[in-house]
Design a binder for this molecule. Structure first.
Ligand code: PMT
Length: 402
């Protein structure tokens, strides 16, 4: 169900200092299950060796247009047909000019002429070169021809200047590719998510909380956005960079989270509750630090509102997906929550184990709905989120069609 798995990308590398980031980019693309073939211009080989790119891509690197041996293995026309996408990163000013005027004097420019696949460029050059009238004119022509532009970013440059012309970071490029290659099945659909923990204050320096890192919820937000949804993420305190093109609302306690959810719910089509909401809060928040002058103490707690249950009790609830985090009897408890909270779907995960669930890179899910279920074996939360979002999309449209 991973839409990016086995997609075929030609990564074209041209002569720019940003070429040193290409190895990391290849690695990140392969993590998504993408098959990468690298094509380098001669200038690019001055910045990073083909051997490095061969090692990280797992495929022979192409550099020559007229190499008999390479042509025997996979000719340039065959290579141009093979690709689902050609990404040129970094794309130098010179290469953008060649692309504009249809040159075909090296392998990479020839492939760009010979392919029917979409082409994307990630410009990387000195800020003055980027701003130059002729570069801007070339870019306008390329955009009119449907070439996708990823960046450039603004900031400090290798030449010591500051300005626009920096290549996007590899993680941002992966995100852009994900966006480009993922069918926009959720275009026009509004998705609201909760993620991370909540904190319930005991006194000015202490709180009750849990081990949620927010990774699962943030990954689902990014996956929903890649499918074309308009995504709003209500997040408890976490140490993560926000997903791109997602509206973020930061909250602290369960009560704050409920208020924020209710403020957004009316226009929501799909609600996904990934947050680990504190079930209880202290009856009283002390205004001064609690002193340790007793051998033991009893904290009196009261129940927090159940956000998920409040959403499904609305007159017109959205398609609602809950999570169940359990240390034991996972399936029984998840099925019970599905019914009791009147959910459309529930994603159950085993917690309290090493390397999965709370505060880990990986997770595994068993998803239930009224008349079906699906197991997603352990993998990275990013991959899992894409698989889960595809299932949610499928179930959502099936539900709305009824
Ligand atoms: O954040 P990570 O480190 O990536 O970890 C991910 C995760 C383990 C937190 C996530 O996958 C997960 O399981 N989230 C739900 C955690 C949880 O609180 O589960 P629960 O079984 O206690 O709650 C059931 C459902 O009710 C959840 O959807 C929860 O968001 C919701 N709930 C719970 C209590 C409450 N007061 N209001 C709620 O809406």
């Amino acid at each position: 169900m991973n839409l990016l798995a086995n997609q075929k990308v030609i990564l074209g590398i041209t002569g720019s200092i940003a070429a040193y980031k290409s190895a990391d980019l290849v690695r990140r693309l392969r993590e998504q299950g993408i098959i990468v073939r690298v094509v380098m211009t001669m200038a690019a080989t001055q910045f990073i060796t083909p051997l490095t790119l061969q090692a990280v891509s797992g495929n022979r690197v192409h550099t020559d247009l007229l190499d008999v041996e390479t042509e025997m293995a996979m000719g340039h026309i065959e290579l141009a047909r093979w690709a689902d996408l050609i990404l040129i990163a970094p794309a130098s000013a010179d290469f953008l000019a060649k692309l504009t005027y249809g040159h075909a004097d090296d392998l990479l420019s020839t492939l760009c002429l010979a392919t029917a696949a979409p082409i994307a460029v990630a410009p990387a050059m000195n800020q003055q070169m980027w701003q130059a009238f002729i570069t801007q004119e070339n870019c306008k022509k390329l955009q009119q021809r449907g070439i996708h532009f990823f960046g450039p970013a603004t900031g400090a440059q290798a030449c010591g200047e500051v300005g626009s012309g920096r290549m996007l970071e590899p993680f941002e490029l992966v995100h852009q590719i994900e966006n480009l290659l993922t069918p926009k099945k959720l275009q026009g659909i509004k998705v609201l998510l909760t993620a991370g923990p909540t904190r319930e204050d005991l006194d000015p320096v202490r709180f009750l909380s849990n081990r949620s890192s927010g990774r699962m919820g943030y990954a689902i937000a990014a996956a929903a956005q890649a499918l074309g949804a308009e995504v709003t993420l209500i997040t408890g305190p976490v140490a993560l960079s926000p997903p791109l093109h997602v509206s973020i609302f930061s909250v602290y306690s369960a009560q704050d989270m409920l208020t924020s959810v209710l403020a957004h719910i009316e226009t929501t089509d799909i609600f996904i509750a990934t947050a680990a909401v504190a079930d209880y809060r202290p009856v009283k928040m002390e205004t001064q630090k609690i002193k340790k002058n007793q051998e033991s103490m009893i904290l009196q707690l009261e129940k927090n509102p159940d956000i998920l249950a409040q959403v499904t009790q609305l007159t017109n609830p959205p398609f609602t997906v809950g999570f169940a985090a359990e240390t034991h009897q996972l399936i029984d408890y998840a099925k019970d929550k599905l019914k009791r909270k009147n959910l459309d779907m529930i994603a159950a995960n085993q917690v309290g184990i090493e390397g999965s669930g709370f505060d880990s890179e990986d997770n595994a899910l068993h998803v239930f709905w009224q008349d079906g279920d699906m197991v997603f074996p352990r993998c990275s939360k990013k991959q899992l989120a894409r698989q889960l979002m595809l299932l949610i999309t499928e179930r959502y449209f099936e539900n709305t069609a009824q």
